[in-house]
Design a protein around this ligand. Sequence first.
Ligand code: F6R
Ligand code: MG
Length: 366
Amino acid sequence: MADKSTTLSIFTADVGGLVGHVSSHPEVVDNARERLSSAKGKGVISDYHVLRCGDDLELLLTHENGTDDREIHQLVWNTFVSCREIAQELKLYAWSRGLLEEFAGNLRGLGPGVAELEFTERSSEPVVIFFANKTSTGAWNLPLYRIFADPFNTAGLISDPAMLDGFTFTVHDIKENREISLKTPEEMHLLLALAGSTCRYIITSVSRNTGGETAAVISSQKYDIIGGKPGAKCEPALIVRCQSGFPAVGEVMEAFSLPHLVSGWMRGSHAGPLMPVPFYEANPTRFDGPPRVISAGFQITDGHLIGPHDMFDDPSFDEARKTANKVTDYMRRHGPFQPHRLSEAEMEYSSMPIVFDRIKNRFRKL
Ligand code: F6R
Ligand code: MG
C-alpha cells in the first residue's frame, strides 16, 4: 500500500449528557459503534473507533476519500443524529443542543468538531489523538508550541537531523477570520506573541519545514452563534503524527505534563487546569470540571486503526493530575473573580449580557 493515501477523520459532538454535562450513555456509544461497524462492512470506511470524553462522543474514521468528503460527512451526520435519537428517548441532558439542522454536504459549521488529515502512510505510522472536554481550541496552543518548537520539551528538535530545520505553524485569527504561517525556530517570538492570546489566535496545523508534510491538525472552531446566542458547540480535538522526523510519542506526551490553564470549565466561563486522564476518568464532575484531556495512540496500518493505547493511563501523569487538583482548589477559591472567571469578552457566549441588561438603566453617568 506504499503510495496510497489514507485519510484520518475525527469528529466530536455532544448529543446529550449523563448526568447533566458529565458523561455520555453506553447505549449512545454502542449505537455509534454499530453504525460505523456496518459502514465498515459495506466498505465505506476502512476502519473506525468510538471514544468518549466527558459528554462528548468522539468518532475516529479512516478511509480513502480524502478530507471534506460528502459521503463520509453524511455517514457521520447520520450516526450523530441516530445517537441523538437514543439520547432523546433517554432524555439525556441537552440532547438537542449539539447538532444544528440541516445537513447539506459538509459537517463544518453544524456543531460537530472536525479534524481531518490525509497522508501517505510511512513504513510505520504512529499517531496520537487528543480529545478535550470543557475547554476550547485555544487549549492546544501551549502544548503544540512545546511539542514542535521548544527544545526543552522536544529533544529531537536539536538531536534529530530530520527536525533541525523546525516546523511551520498555521495560526488562525478568529476575530478577523484570517490566517498566517510562521516558521520556527526563526519566527518563534512572533509565534509566541500571537499564540499566547489563546482566545483569539489559534494554532490550527503544524507542518515540517523540510518536505512540508503535515504533522498536526486541530479540529475546527468551537461555537456557532445563531442570532447572537450560542448554538451547537463542540469540544476540541487534535491529531499528531509521531516519530521518524516528527516528535517522538514521548515528546508529544511530555507537553501535557503541565496541566496548563485553559478557558472553559463551568458554563464555559472559567479558567482552570487541563487535567490529563485515562479514558475511564474523563468525567468532569467538580464544578463541571476541571477540564479533561484524553489521548488515544494508534498505529495506522494499511488504513486500519491498530489500537487504541490509552496514553494517559500511566502513573507518570499522576503528578500532573495532583497538580491539577491543587490548582483546582486554588482557582476555585476565587469564586466569581477574574482571572478564575474569564473576562467579559471571553464570556461572550454565556448569558451574562442578559444579566447585565437587567441593570443597564440603573447606571448613573459620571
Ligand atoms: C460547560 C458546560 C457546563 C454547563 C453548565 C450549565 O461547557 O457544558 O458547565 O455550561 O452545566 O448548563 P446548562 O446551561 O445546560 O444548565
Ligand atoms: Mg456538554
